[in-house]
Design a protein around this ligand. Sequence first.
Ligand SMILES: Cc1cc2nc3c(=O)[nH]c(=O)nc-3n(C[C@H](O)[C@H](O)[C@H](O)COP(=O)(O)O)c2cc1C
Length: 237
Amino acid sequence: MLNSIGLQNPGVEYFMQYDLPWLKNQNVAVIVNACGSTIEDYVELCKILNKADIDGVELNLSCPNVKAGCLAFGTTYEGVKEVTSQVRKVLDKPLIVKLTPNVTDITLPAKGAEDAGADAVSLINTLLGMSININTRKPYLANNTGGLSGPAVKPVAVRMVYQVSQAVNIPILGMGGIINGDDAIEFMLAGASAVSIGAGNFIDPYTSVNTVKGIEEYMKNNNIDKIEDIVGKVQMN
Ligand SMILES: Cc1cc2nc3c(=O)[nH]c(=O)nc-3n(C[C@H](O)[C@H](O)[C@H](O)COP(=O)(O)O)c2cc1C
């Protein structure tokens, strides 16, 4: 999937008043994905979220930093460390830092998050992509470029999860192309303690449910009692 839906939403106050009560009724943990255009945005947002009845915050660092030439916050060690440490000062809840894959060395931003006190990192966000209609000669997306995700990106994501698992000591939430239990197991073997699913939900809204079933089946077939026993257990050639 190549998307450029952007991050428009009704804002944190609306979310807390209308969406959060519904989410709290679903008997699940609620982790809020937060984004901003400046460090001040992230801090302000997290000050508000710190008082909310939520289980944690995931910082989306793929957003352009308007005060730094619109380069994404998450592309450098220093950028990630700066925004994470500022947020850490105002947020007592679990803090996950979500990394962009549009970098040469993913371990550097991951270390920035760890050094600034993040509780976990999540990866990968979408890969920058572009697609052109050969008849009109115009890009399909109004924004020209967009974020690529779904099964096509899985090998990139698995590689990055493995690299980050070798570089940091905090847990990893892995994602990028997961559509079934086998995919999830692959991420866990690479070093992810948990996984999440984005584009797969557009193929089938039951993807998450079926993925859990697939993980259980793999555990049964391979006599695994605790799923954490396979985390990072890839045997490299
Ligand atoms: C339609 C769509 C919207 C997304 N919106 C966000 C977002 O608001 N914040 C964020 O951090 N990532 C966002 N993502 C990225 C996904 O959370 C995920 O990191 C990425 O798509 C890779 O996983 P997947 O292949 O399972 O989709 C979005 C992805 C898609 C497809």
